[in-house]
Design a protein. Sequence first.
Length: 295
Amino acid sequence: MNQEQLNKVTMGQGFIAALDQSGGSTPKALKLYGVEETAYKGDAEMFDMVHAMRSRIVTSPAFDGRRVLGAILFEATMDRQIDGIDAATYLWERKQVVPFLKVDKGLADEVDGVQLMKPMPELDALLKRAAAKGIFGTKMRSVVNSANEKGIAAVLDQQFAVGQQILAAGLMPILEPEVSIGAADKQEAEVILKKGFIERLDALTGDAKVMLKLTLPTVDGFFGELVKHPKVVRVVALSGGYDRAGANERLSRNAGIIASFSRALTEGLSAQQSDADFNKALDAAIESIYQASNT
């Protein structure tokens, strides 16, 4: 594991940009960017367009390691180049932004109020390829839709088991059991989730450490014990459907947690903007998220 990157992620000021929209969420991301589905035919053209969007973001002068600690990439982005350089290499060598990779393959159907990750039989091969391309860490998402103790335990067991597999490959895992902001019993789910996290973190042996990506809690500061846990490198927050202003406002009330926003980061960006207008809008977005992450 790259020690310079680990130090930056552990102690740096800033946030992690989530640029990892997958096949299912790409059409919506492009539409929000001003690219209608009629503008492309098939997956190949769609992924070309979303790569152009992501490249425009990371090559912008507004996007660099002064305020952006890391960026989470989709697998297809890792396998492409930005400005003639492999994407992960470009992020670190040109921008001093630590590269992460989304490794999950989507969600299974809901059981016991949660959605586990689909099986990942090729994960070891993907992790080996990611390490060779300079990826520092990974991210994987499950979803909690209700305060079901059995379901939440299953989510955490799966996240920690895959996390150990990622650690064994020499990469840093970001565990992401997202609690839906629409859950009627969201606060109760967060209580169960935190208890389960602490139990499993306490059981980690040796020098194993993980990062956590969580929905912003109902009660401000509720995840403080996780932020301070010796086995946690960093706690980051997803925007979870909140707009940027709402996500920033909630984030600023939770000391020690930094952003890892996707939709809230790209909100207001458009394919139709001039480069000057695009860079200005992105700079304002990055600055607002940076400030909320460091209050």
